[in-house]
Design a protein around this ligand. Sequence first.
Ligand code: ATP
Ligand code: MG
Length: 445
Amino acid sequence: MRVGLDFGTTNSSAAVYDGSRLTLLPLDPVSSSPSILRSTLFITREGAAYIGRAAINHFTEGNVGREVVYEWKYLGDAEMTFAELGTQQQALYVKVEVNAPGRLFRSLKTGLRDRSFRHTNVFGISYSLEELIAIVLRLIYERIEASIGQKVTGMVIGRPVHYAASREADALAFERMQAACRLAELPGVTFLDEPIGAALAYAREVRSAQHALVFDFGGGTLDVTIMRLDGRGRRQFIATDGVPVGGDLLDQRLVMGRLMPHFGEGATLGARRLPFPTHVLEHLSEWQTISDMTQPKYLEIIDEAVAIGDRTKELKALRSLVRQNYGLPMYEAVEQTKVQLSEADTAVLGMHMGEIDFDETVPRWDFERLIGPDVRAVSACIDRVLATAGMRPKDIDVVLRTGGSSRIPRFIKMLAEKFGTAKLQEMDVFTGVASGMAIAAYERA
Ligand SMILES: Nc1ncnc2c1ncn2[C@@H]1O[C@H](COP(=O)(O)OP(=O)(O)OP(=O)(O)O)[C@@H](O)[C@H]1O
Ligand SMILES: [Mg+2]
């Protein structure tokens, strides 16, 4: 049987289509919505792998709130040549974290476009990004087979229109994604642009001639396509475009725009009142880089700052964030605040754990101010796709919003201003792309 897979930055889904019935597959038995699997991976010290909700639960149980402890570890002897001393035997030591039970990865898909993300070390074993993604894909594939009760003979997997802003990074990302699929030994893989998938799912349900624009705004990218339906079942894709702007970036805007003062921004150190180095706080911009701060050199800077700085409460909060692994809960709280702001005019971003204790009230208008550059980038992308298609907003009959970030009022407003509220329609926000991939998998057979 052929299946469709949406491997998303934040969430993944899979579906099958038999020509009449579309079925979403349960990829995450632990989740309250089993057809939506969080695209997370947890690898234990022993090398066991977990995905989805189970990955987050394992990480939270074992790592969050746990003190990071480093010990010197003897690696072996090496021959070293010094100018003045000649060649000598030298013992090599590294500092390693001694009690971390595992490592968590999120948004691995975004890593594809990052040339510097080649390998990462998980308790002494080096994994390439492709290998990490392959582990996730393989586990998904096994769950698909278990749930359909037969062999998978082919897969159509979604890809963003552009993984990255530059052509070069985009090509690299796609090559790496293909390599990951090979490593996972997935059978008969072909790819399809994600917004085209969403458009196929929509086309199945309409009978009238029209032009539809798909606005698929997820965790990592915005993807758009314009499709012409002739009313007799024929579909034509006129233009597609995309930008690497998504919900993760919007979360970062909130962290950098609202949370830095709670973690020691603006603190001064010692009698000479030297500023607390901002490059340390820049690590807060992504949850992965927060764990970079567990390196001894940063821990020393932070400990020193707690000892001699003003804003002791905030610096202690930073120490706790880093030493007790509260980076993930912080990003989860930020994401929750962002989601709440899609419904409410204001939301409270609170953290009360370890030595972190604050409530930050975020009004929606301020979130909208922080994401201003992203709204402009998204708006420009829509204008571009219309220009490529040689169309004007009035030529579009329906605008389909899909992807979690398409629920953000500021983007709905932008679409309403361009196309008029009456044309906007929300479609299966988290599963539309997977459904379309399943339709394509069926049609390509
Ligand atoms: N109600 C909401 N308001 C605002 N943002 C939301 C809402 N619900 C989910 N999100 C955000 O949507 C994103 C996930 O959406 P989705 O599952 O469509 O992405 P994805 O398919 O995994 O990513 P991509 O397609 O970019 O690879 C996350 O950033 C999440 O925080
Ligand atoms: Mg998506």
